[in-house]
Write a protein that binds this ligand. Structure first.
Ligand code: S3P
Length: 442
């Protein structure tokens, strides 16, 4: 077997300065394809994230007969087929590395009149799917997994779904969204209660497509038999991608970075709260509303960070930002403690273990715990780390170089393309001395 590999080599030091617009939000881009496909009429999207994960969602809908134009310069037009217009795919739908595609599609496909199979790469095939298949089964869905509860997922069509009231054991937007999408096809009302607020892009976008969604406190409900009316969508910049530059600016010398048009939905801004608690100099300006999502410009300058106890209620609101927040913690004075974040162990990699291993390789005292980490701020040395194919780990260690004493080499970085294909170029433009090494494993 031959695999192309990509490593990053990042020289120590440098200063991030300037203005940038990070690529479109990944969560919103996925949903724009899904809901656009189910709508009546044509939905045109601007700012769409042209990265592997979202392209996997796009290809899945094309394979189900949806005509999609683009992407070109972030523009996509989807000719919706209506809630009942999808066609049986001829082959299994391959979703690459994308957990969002697999979990959301699983709910949506459980309500179709045809059978389907969802597959993914090695990482996605290890990730837990029972969290969606179990509640879907109580709705009457027939979904087969491996014995371990993982993909491939074999979904039987033409089953009669019934609405349920589901009390989610984990705070997961993917589980919530999966069940709401199944709920569009279920008899009666489907309600999902979340133990803590999670990103609400599905609810906002359903409402944007004129589909009624009712929120009652911590519970969100949909009824079947509505229709989605096509609407245009402007995808804001992804705060999860912006986070690398925020931390890079906060930990670096003389840094001053402005990130334009970033999504600041309050279910996503935990990273801003955590960095502010650590003492970062962050300004959020010109907050405006674009197509149902708040957007702002974010300015960050060099700051003296201090270690903190991360408030547990912020964990789901910053769930994708912990790899880079651990880097901030490594550069802070004193100790940072994270608890209540066991979900990090089942992301694209085990982000607690992989980050602790990498930080230790760079000379930092980072102690993994079952549900978090204790990081003592210190001096980052140079060294070699492995991202284990996890895009956010690769990018987090890249910005760590801004404060390192030596060269940082990061292996297994090809999956940066799943969420942020222009990362290297943009990081270089902003002042990071990063280069890409292409190799092969035989
Ligand atoms: C996502 C939800 C989050 C997040 C993932 C994207 C989404 O996962 O980690 O990157 O688009 O709904 P969980 O909902 O499983 O926490």
């Amino acid at each position: 077997m031959q695999n192309n590999t990509i490593s990053f080599r990042v020289q120590p030091g440098g200063t991030l300065r300037g203005e940038a617009r990070v690529p479109g939000d990944k969560s919103i881009s996925h949903r724009s394809i899904m809901l656009g496909a189910l709508a009546e009429g044509t939905t045109c999207v601007t700012g769409f994230l042209e990265a592997e994960d979202c392209l996997a969602t796009m290809n899945a809908f094309r394979a189900m007969g949806v005509d999609i134009e683009g992407p070109q310069d972030g523009q996509v037009c989807i000719r919706g087929v209506g809630l009942h217009g999808l066609r049986a795919p001829k082959e299994p739908l391959y979703l690459g590395n994308s957990g969002t595609s697999m979990r959301l599609l699983c709910g949506l496909l459980a309500g179709q009149h045809f059978d389907s199979v969802l597959t993914g790469d090695v990482s996605l095939s290890r990730r837990p799917m029972k969290r969606v298949t179990e509640p879907l089964r109580t709705m009457g869905a027939v979904v087969e997994t491996t014995e371990a509860g993982t993909a491939p997922l074999k979904i039987r069509g033409s089953t009669k779904l019934r609405g349920i009231h589901y009390d989610m054991p984990v705070a997961s937007a993917q589980v919530k969204s999966c069940l709401l999408l199944a709920g569009l096809y279920a008899a009666g009302r489907t309600c999902v209660r979340e133990p803590a607020p999670t990103r609400d892009h599905t609810e906002r976008m359903l409402a944007g497509f004129s589909y009624p969604v009712v929120r009652e406190g911590d519970t969100v409900c949909v009824q079947p038999d509505g229709r989605l009316v096509a609407c245009d969508i402007d995808v804001p910049g992804d705060i999860s991608s912006a986070a690398f530059f925020m931390v890079g600016a906060a930990i670096g010398e003389d840094a001053d970075v402005t990130l334009r048009h970033v999504g600041v939905n309050p279910t996503r801004t935990g990273v801003l709260d955590i960095l502010r608690l650590m003492g970062a100099d962050i300004q959020v300006v010109d907050v405006r509303e674009m197509g149902g999502e708040p957007v702002a410009d974010i300015r960050i300058r060099s700051s003296r960070l201090r270690g903190i106890e991360i408030p547990q209620e912020l964990v789901p609101l910053a769930i994708d930002e912990f790899p880079v927040l651990f880097v901030a913690a490594a550069c802070a004075e004193g100790e940072t403690r994270l608890t209540g974040a066991e979900e990090l162990r089942v992301k694209e990699s085990d982000r607690i273990q992989v980050m602790a291993d990498g930080l230790q390789a760079l000379g930092i005292d980072a102690q993994p715990t079952p549900d978090g980490m204790i990081v003592r701020g210190g001096k980052l040395s140079g060294g070699k780390v492995n991202s284990h194919g996890d895009h956010r780990i690769a990018m987090a260690f890249s910005v760590a170089a801004l404060r390192a004493a030596g060269l940082i080499e990061i292996d297994d970085c090809a999956n940066v393309n799943t969420s942020f294909p222009s990362f290297v170029e943009l990081a270089r433009d902003m002042g990071l001395n990063i280069s890409v090494i292409f190799g092969e494993i035989l």
